[in-house]
Write a protein that binds this ligand. Structure first.
Ligand code: MLY
Length: 265
């Protein structure tokens, strides 16, 4: 459910533009999610990306799967789009001559892996090949511009997708900033990251879009006729004061001030 957040109203209020869909490495109509809880598949271990592991679907959210590696704990769940290249049907690894690996932090002795694998796959419901989708191609170049709005995964809380703004563009990299939050969740990523989506994505997939935070005032639309008075009232989130190549936030801190990472957001 979308709460009561409306992009239409918010874009008007903030006088901002959504990043056009061709900026993103996402299909123009989101892929269908035909997975079921409990299905098993092969996934790259996010903590050890050279390993292919067995994962179970433990949740479904829009076009994403909440995955847990078999033999791992429940504290390291991760989320993947149904058209991620990091998931594949069971049997794919073996076909290409590879071997399924225990996850990093396998809870049993490494010597019990072959038996564990046998048992975990015995009688398991394997996700059928037809419900996997091909990953969309990367756009040929970075079309993002500072100030454009988007929906982005909060990488510190990856179950959340939130309203965000492009804070800076540098070559193939973009700074994703989270609207209404002070900056602790912001990150740099490539323009073709799978963690960013066009405005309206969550409402198409039925995923839950978080409302903007309330820590930083939402800058009101600078009325064209209002001139200097409104430009002085603008908050730190407007597009004007940002200078390319400069950090939006001061990197240093004063004595006695908590490190940014420790401030409760
Ligand atoms: N610190 C908060 C979580 C904040 C999530 C911020 N995202 C949505 C940008 C908490 O632990 O509740």
């Amino acid at each position: 459910h979308q709460g009561h957040f409306s992009w239409e109203k918010y874009l008007k209020e903030t006088g901002s533009q959504p990043a056009p869909p061709h900026c993103f490495r996402q299909s123009c109509s989101p892929p269908s999610n035909d997975y079921k809880i409990g299905m098993k598949l092969e996934a790259q271990d996010p903590r050890n990306t050279t390993s292919t592991c067995i994962a179970s679907v433990v949740g479904l959210t829009g076009a994403r799967l909440r995955l847990r590696l078999d033999g791992s704990d429940n504290k390291n769940d991760f989320w993947r789009l149904v058209d991620s290249s990091e998931i594949q049907p069971i049997g794919t690894c073996e076909k290409s001559g590879g071997m399924l690996q225990p996850p990093l932090g396998f809870r049993l002795n490494a010597s019990s892996w072959p038996m564990f694998l046998l048992k975990t796959l015995n009688g398991a419901e394997m996700a059928p090949a037809k419900i996997f989708h091909k990953e969309p191609p990367s756009p040929p170049q970075n079309h993002f511009e500072m100030g454009m709005k988007l929906e982005a995964v909060d990488r510190k809380n990856p179950h959340f997708i939130c309203p965000a703004t492009i804070g800076e563009v540098r070559g193939s990299e973009i700074l994703v900033t989270f609207d209404g939050w002070r900056g602790a969740f912001d990150y740099w990523c490539r323009y073709d990251s799978r963690d960013i989506f066009p405005v309206g994505w969550c409402s198409l997939t039925g995923d839950n879009l978080q409302p903007p935070g309330t820590k930083v005032a939402i800058p009101k639309s600078p009325l064209p006729a209002a001139g200097i008075a409104t430009s002085m009232m603008r908050g730190p989130k407007t597009m004007l004061p940002a200078i390319p190549g400069h950090r939006r936030q001061k990197p240093g801190r004063k004595k006695g001030q908590l490190p940014k990472a420790l401030i409760q957001q």
